[in-house]
Design a binder for this molecule. Structure first.
Ligand SMILES: [Zn+2]
Length: 118
């Protein structure tokens, strides 16, 4: 049994998805399409203004075959303090694959150790 909306798998005996409140479908979820379907109730798994981190995250999600959506947002900071535009990026995945994506992104999300060369 699985939920046709979030693709969560359920044991036999369940008839409704506890998250989406819709009837489950028999069988196993079909292979997810790489094309992102916005009806999949996306959740943000990473929010960063570090282009290296977002590029890394994109590569990891692609390797794992998890569809994702990137929302970019340019925030203009106070010009006197910081003349640069920092691009904030939000990476979203379908709710049903949130945990999978978080596992994949763990290495990116983990704070980098502070390195001191002195
Ligand atoms: Zn569901």
């Amino acid at each position: 049994m699985y939920c046709p909306q979030c693709r969560a798998e359920y044991r036999a005996g369940f008839t409704q998805c506890s998250d989406c409140r819709i009837p489950l479908v028999a069988g196993t979820p079909p292979e997810p399409a790489m094309r992102f379907d916005p009806t999949l109730d996306p959740v943000v798994v990473l929010e960063t203004n570090d282009p290296v981190q977002s590029a890394l995250a994109k590569g990891l999600l692609e390797d794992a075959g998890i569809p994702f959506l990137i929302l970019g947002q340019i925030a203009r900071l106070v010009p006197d303090i910081d003349p640069f535009l920092r691009k904030w990026v939000r990476i979203q995945v379908p709710r049903g694959r949130e945990q999978e994506a978080k596992d994949v992104l763990e290495s990116v999300l983990r704070p980098r150790p502070y390195l001191c060369s002195e």
